[in-house]
Design a protein around this ligand. Structure first.
Ligand code: SME
Length: 146
Protein backbone atom coordinates (compact mmCIF):
# COMPACT_ATOMS: atom_id res chain seq x y z
CA UNK A 1 0.00 0.00 0.00
CA UNK A 2 1.20 3.51 -0.70
CA UNK A 3 1.06 6.24 1.91
CA UNK A 4 -2.36 7.54 0.89
CA UNK A 5 -3.86 4.03 0.98
CA UNK A 6 -2.32 3.44 4.41
CA UNK A 7 -3.84 6.66 5.75
CA UNK A 8 -7.23 5.73 4.24
CA UNK A 9 -7.04 2.28 5.80
CA UNK A 10 -6.42 3.59 9.33
CA UNK A 11 -8.75 6.60 9.15
CA UNK A 12 -11.89 4.89 10.53
CA UNK A 13 -9.94 3.38 13.42
CA UNK A 14 -8.18 6.68 14.15
CA UNK A 15 -11.53 8.51 14.29
CA UNK A 16 -13.12 5.88 16.51
CA UNK A 17 -10.18 6.10 18.93
CA UNK A 18 -10.91 9.81 19.40
CA UNK A 19 -14.69 10.11 19.35
CA UNK A 20 -16.27 10.14 22.79
CA UNK A 21 -13.04 9.12 24.43
CA UNK A 22 -10.83 10.70 27.07
CA UNK A 23 -8.46 13.08 25.32
CA UNK A 24 -5.22 11.72 26.82
CA UNK A 25 -6.23 8.13 26.11
CA UNK A 26 -7.07 9.07 22.53
CA UNK A 27 -3.70 10.81 22.09
CA UNK A 28 -1.92 7.75 23.46
CA UNK A 29 -3.65 5.31 21.14
CA UNK A 30 -3.34 7.61 18.13
CA UNK A 31 0.39 7.93 18.72
CA UNK A 32 0.66 4.14 18.79
CA UNK A 33 -1.50 3.69 15.69
CA UNK A 34 0.48 6.18 13.58
CA UNK A 35 3.84 5.08 14.92
CA UNK A 36 3.21 1.38 14.28
CA UNK A 37 1.59 1.88 10.90
CA UNK A 38 4.28 4.09 9.39
CA UNK A 39 7.38 3.21 11.41
CA UNK A 40 8.13 6.83 12.30
CA UNK A 41 11.02 7.77 14.58
CA UNK A 42 8.92 9.72 17.09
CA UNK A 43 5.16 10.25 17.18
CA UNK A 44 3.33 12.19 19.84
CA UNK A 45 1.51 15.16 21.23
CA UNK A 46 2.47 18.33 23.03
CA UNK A 47 -0.40 19.92 24.95
CA UNK A 48 -0.92 23.63 25.56
CA UNK A 49 -0.55 24.18 29.29
CA UNK A 50 -0.58 27.88 30.18
CA UNK A 51 1.95 29.63 27.97
CA UNK A 52 3.94 26.51 27.04
CA UNK A 53 3.66 23.22 25.21
CA UNK A 54 4.08 20.29 27.59
CA UNK A 55 4.91 16.77 26.47
CA UNK A 56 1.89 14.48 26.23
CA UNK A 57 1.39 10.88 25.10
CA UNK A 58 4.00 9.70 22.60
CA UNK A 59 5.83 6.73 21.11
CA UNK A 60 9.58 6.75 20.62
CA UNK A 61 12.63 7.99 22.50
CA UNK A 62 12.59 10.40 25.43
CA UNK A 63 11.78 13.94 24.25
CA UNK A 64 11.96 17.55 25.42
CA UNK A 65 9.40 18.10 28.18
CA UNK A 66 8.52 21.75 27.55
CA UNK A 67 8.56 23.99 24.46
CA UNK A 68 8.02 27.76 24.59
CA UNK A 69 5.46 29.59 22.43
CA UNK A 70 7.02 30.39 19.05
CA UNK A 71 10.06 28.13 19.62
CA UNK A 72 11.06 25.13 17.54
CA UNK A 73 8.80 23.62 14.92
CA UNK A 74 6.11 22.84 17.50
CA UNK A 75 6.04 26.31 19.04
CA UNK A 76 6.04 27.88 15.57
CA UNK A 77 3.10 25.76 14.40
CA UNK A 78 1.23 26.84 17.54
CA UNK A 79 2.08 30.54 17.04
CA UNK A 80 1.40 30.59 13.30
CA UNK A 81 -1.67 28.37 13.70
CA UNK A 82 -0.79 26.12 10.80
CA UNK A 83 0.67 22.75 9.88
CA UNK A 84 4.42 22.92 9.28
CA UNK A 85 6.27 20.39 7.13
CA UNK A 86 10.05 20.41 7.56
CA UNK A 87 11.87 18.39 4.86
CA UNK A 88 15.27 18.87 6.56
CA UNK A 89 15.36 19.87 10.23
CA UNK A 90 18.83 21.36 9.84
CA UNK A 91 17.33 23.94 7.49
CA UNK A 92 14.65 25.06 9.97
CA UNK A 93 15.87 28.01 12.05
CA UNK A 94 15.36 27.27 15.74
CA UNK A 95 14.53 23.60 15.33
CA UNK A 96 14.70 21.90 18.74
CA UNK A 97 16.72 18.70 18.44
CA UNK A 98 15.25 16.35 21.01
CA UNK A 99 17.01 13.54 19.16
CA UNK A 100 20.03 13.74 16.89
CA UNK A 101 18.41 11.01 14.73
CA UNK A 102 15.58 13.26 13.63
CA UNK A 103 15.92 14.40 10.00
CA UNK A 104 12.47 15.60 8.97
CA UNK A 105 9.31 16.55 10.80
CA UNK A 106 5.64 17.52 10.57
CA UNK A 107 3.68 19.41 13.21
CA UNK A 108 -0.13 19.65 13.02
CA UNK A 109 -2.15 21.87 15.37
CA UNK A 110 -5.07 20.32 17.26
CA UNK A 111 -8.07 22.68 17.44
CA UNK A 112 -10.80 22.49 20.08
CA UNK A 113 -13.53 25.11 20.44
CA UNK A 114 -11.69 27.53 18.18
CA UNK A 115 -8.38 27.31 20.06
CA UNK A 116 -5.21 25.30 19.58
CA UNK A 117 -5.03 22.97 22.57
CA UNK A 118 -2.21 20.68 21.41
CA UNK A 119 0.04 19.83 18.49
CA UNK A 120 0.69 16.46 16.89
CA UNK A 121 4.42 16.16 16.22
CA UNK A 122 5.95 13.42 14.07
CA UNK A 123 9.67 12.97 13.42
CA UNK A 124 11.36 10.79 10.83
CA UNK A 125 14.96 9.61 10.83
CA UNK A 126 14.97 10.11 7.02
CA UNK A 127 15.00 13.38 5.10
CA UNK A 128 11.89 14.61 3.30
CA UNK A 129 9.43 12.08 4.74
CA UNK A 130 6.38 14.34 4.98
CA UNK A 131 4.32 16.15 2.35
CA UNK A 132 0.83 17.44 1.66
CA UNK A 133 -0.61 13.92 1.86
CA UNK A 134 0.55 13.57 5.48
CA UNK A 135 -0.70 17.09 6.23
CA UNK A 136 -4.13 16.35 4.74
CA UNK A 137 -4.75 13.08 6.57
CA UNK A 138 -3.22 14.11 9.88
CA UNK A 139 -5.32 17.30 9.86
CA UNK A 140 -8.38 15.18 9.09
CA UNK A 141 -7.60 12.84 11.97
CA UNK A 142 -6.99 15.52 14.61
CA UNK A 143 -10.07 17.48 13.52
CA UNK A 144 -12.06 14.83 15.42
CA UNK A 145 -10.77 16.16 18.74
CA UNK A 146 -13.30 18.99 18.29
N1 SME B 1 11.72 19.07 17.05
C1 SME B 1 10.62 19.67 17.81
C2 SME B 1 10.75 19.34 19.27
C3 SME B 1 10.01 18.14 19.70
S1 SME B 1 10.78 16.70 19.29
O1 SME B 1 10.97 16.61 17.84
C4 SME B 1 9.93 15.37 19.82
C5 SME B 1 10.60 21.16 17.58
O2 SME B 1 11.51 21.73 16.99
O3 SME B 1 9.63 21.78 18.02
Amino acid sequence: MNKQELYKSILPQAISLIQGEDEIAAMANLSALLHQTFGFWWTGFYRVVGDQLVLGPFQGPIACTRIQYGKGVCGTAWKEQRTIVVPDVEEFPGHIACSSESRSEIVVPVWQNGRITAVLDIDSNQLDTFDEIDAKYLEEIVSHFE
